[in-house]
Design a protein around this ligand. Structure first.
Ligand code: C5P
Length: 243
């Protein structure tokens, strides 16, 4: 169950990320997410070291480029031995298909590809008025999720509010990874489509991506434990994923 909670290591340096990891229980081998900030600072070799440390690694690079470039990036990432990689669904069908082909060709069959639908920092107004996509967030997320599934992605990143529709469309094995997680009463910061860990798990989220509620907590190990317990209290007997 612990593995369903992915800690977003949004730190500016390797030193700060390692200090944080050392503050978790010493025997803890957490499931961690490395995003652009830390990847650009730490580089691919440190990501390989994280794997050697026994962590499952979710590399959140949100690839979005022409198909040929994204395929090359997937090929490079596949050599790092990470477990999950993100790319933007709005890059389109051809981009996702070649990403999947590159993953398959690389032989890194344990690398799973997740398509980001709409960022959890966006709300209805931003979608319609700034980005210019008409209709509801939910309809857009579901359309992107369907395209991602048809393109061979292993799942999507979405908010807790869209999980049920995605699981109904994609089925049990189509993974829903959910950021924008906030224990009740916590500041939402730049996130808009937020949900508590318990509710997101109850709605069927497979992976809960949690950053600041853990990394900026006075006691990160206790905050992490409370979120894992909230997921367990949602009455789920595990997401079934081997992370
Ligand atoms: O600190 P917080 O819990 O808001 O962190 C959420 C993490 O999930 C960040 O690392 C962010 O980049 C990532 N993320 C997100 N929304 C998405 C995809 C990824 O917030 N749609």
């Amino acid at each position: 169950m612990r593995e369903c909670v992915v800690i977003a290591l949004d730190f500016p340096s390797v030193e700060e990320a390692e200090t944080f990891l050392d503050r978790l229980e010493p025997e803890e081998k957490p499931f961690v997410k490395v995003g652009m900030q830390l990847f650009y600072a730490a580089g691919p070799h440190w990501v390989e070291r994280l794997k050697e440390r026994g962590c499952s690694v979710f590399l959140d690079l949100k690839l979005h480029d022409i198909p040929n470039t994204v395929a090359g990036a997937v090929d490079s990432v596949a050599r790092l031995g990470v477990d999950w990689l993100t790319l933007h669904a709005c890059g389109g069908r051809a981009m996702m298909e070649v990403a999947r082909e590159a993953r398959d060709r690389s032989g890194a069959s344990s690398l799973r590809l997740l398509a980001v639908t709409q960022l959890t920092s966006l709300d209805q107004r931003a979608l319609n008025e700034e980005i210019g996509i008409p209709g509801t967030v939910e309809a857009c997320v579901r359309r992107y999720a369907r395209m991602a599934r048809e393109s061979g992605m292993d799942g999507v990143v979405c908010s807790g509010w869209e999980v049920e529709g995605i699981k109904a469309m994609g089925g049990h094995d189509f993974v829903a990874a959910v950021p924008g997680i906030r224990p009740s009463g916590e500041a939402t910061q730049d996130q808009k489509r937020v949900m508590t860990p318990q509710e997101a798990a109850a709605r069927g989220a497979d992976l809960l991506v949690v950053g600041r509620p853990i990394t900026r907590a006075a006691d990160p190990a206790a905050a992490y434990r409370r979120i894992v317990e909230a997921v367990q209290n949602a009455g789920r007997d595990g997401c079934g994923l081997e992370c």
